[in-house]
Design a binder for this molecule. Structure first.
Ligand SMILES: *Cc1c(COP(=O)(O)O)cnc(C)c1O
Length: 368
């Protein structure tokens, strides 16, 4: 049995007229008292003196609260942080009752699709995977669903969903709507403003931004849903560490600059890459810092590219200050509908001319 713990420890985000770049810098700071630190300190605590609201380290931590206030304020709701993005995903999928129907993108983040497949194989739920760009098909699939999962843009296909239309159809069918907003970040897309019920983040990526921490987050405007999700986190215990929360908040302070620079670099590189003969296709949704390219000569050329560069790091994951890339199909679990020669590029904040020079040298070698 879960002990009877108050579920509303994190205050609702104060109404504010400040703009997102300012919010990323200002939210989650201590009150401005003489000699107060400017930054929320790391509180290392497994337990607290009895009689307060928190009591135990699994139910709350002031360092998480600061981070949750900041992410919540940016997305426009109340936030819960988790030990990883997939822990946050699992907490949401846990809302689905036995045998409930979930609609999800066939090209959603691979770990999300694997969680759904695992739950389905054990008879816990029924999952219908859809092409998220085919709005009519997604709307039709909403019939009978209890949860509609969206990811936009998708990872790594970079497909964009019509969130507002699908959200309306899903609500019509009585389903919750969730958007994984990892790729866009709240600076480029705020799904709660489209009346989506829950936003999910792998804060490991852009929010933390330095490839040194795993962190997940959920944000909702619905107080009842917040309480239910908080209750699930309390019970299951996939909570973040205080140091990780502190690092993520530190990273979040520069989110505005990092996203702006990554996006500017990605926009420039997408235009140059499509002109290179070693590349047959460039997928870039027109915003954000991720580009997927398909190599003309397929998987071998893609593997060669990821090994020939000096600046671009061959690594999975994305959203860090450094540029990294990988051929996605090197993972056995990646769906066969993702081209074999597709390389997902996470464009960092380096000088774009250095990034291009490094790439073009490796690409030129492929066509000689
Ligand atoms: C990485 C990722 C996740 C999973 O997050 P982790 O922090 O790695 O557990 C979920 N969704 C998307 C879109 C991701 O890129």
């Amino acid at each position: 049995m879960a002990p009877d713990i108050p579920s509303d420890q994190s205050p609702a985000t104060p109404a504010t007229s400040l703009r997102p770049h300012t919010l990323a810098v200002t939210l989650g700071r201590p009150d401005k008292q003489p000699d107060a630190p400017l930054n929320t300190p790391i509180t290392m605590a497994a337990t607290y003196v009895a009689g307060g609201d928190v009591e135990y380290g699994r139910y709350g931590n002031p360092t998480w609260t600061a981070l949750e206030d900041a992410i919540g304020g940016l997305e426009g709701g109340r936030c819960l942080t988790f030990s990883s993005g997939l822990a946050a995903v699992a907490c949401v999928l846990d809302l689905v009752g036995l045998g409930g129907k979930v609609v999800a993108p066939r090209h959603a983040y691979n770990g999300t699709v694997m969680q759904l497949a695992d739950l389905e194989s054990r008879g816990r739920l029924v999952c219908e995977l859809v092409d998220i760009t085919d709005t009519d098909a997604v709307v039709a699939a909403c019939e009978g669903a209890v949860l509609v999962w969206l990811e936009s843009p998708t990872n790594p296909a970079l497909e964009v969903a019509d969130i507002a239309t699908i959200r309306a159809a899903a609500h019509e069918a009585g389903a919750y709507v969730v958007v994984d907003n990892t790729f866009a970040t709240p600076l480029l897309q705020r799904p709660l403003e489209d009346e989506v019920d829950i936003v999910v983040h792998s804060a490991t990526k852009y929010l933390a931004g330095h490839s040194d921490v795993l962190m997940g987050a959920l944000v909702t405007r619905d107080d009842e849903l917040y309480s239910v999700l908080k209750g699930r986190r309390d019970l299951i215990g996939a909570v973040p560490g205080a140091f990780e929360a502190w690092l993520t908040l530190r990273g979040l302070r520069t989110l505005g600059l990092r996203v702006e620079r990554s996006q500017a670099n990605a926009t420039e590189l997408a235009q140059r890459l499509i002109q290179h003969p070693a590349i047959s296709e460039v997928r870039y949704p027109g915003f954000g810092g991720i580009i997927s390219v398909v190599l003309t000569e397929g998987a071998m050329a893609a593997d060669l590219l990821t090994r020939k560069t000096k600046l671009w790091v061959h690594a999975t994951s994305l959203g860090g200050v450094e540029s990294s890339f990988e051929r996605r199909r090197r993972w056995k679990s990646e769906p066969a509908t993702i081209p074999d020669g597709l390389v997902r590029m996470s464009v960092g904040i380096e000088d774009v001319e250095d990034l291009w020079a490094d790439l073009v040298k490796a690409l030129d070698d492929l066509v000689l």
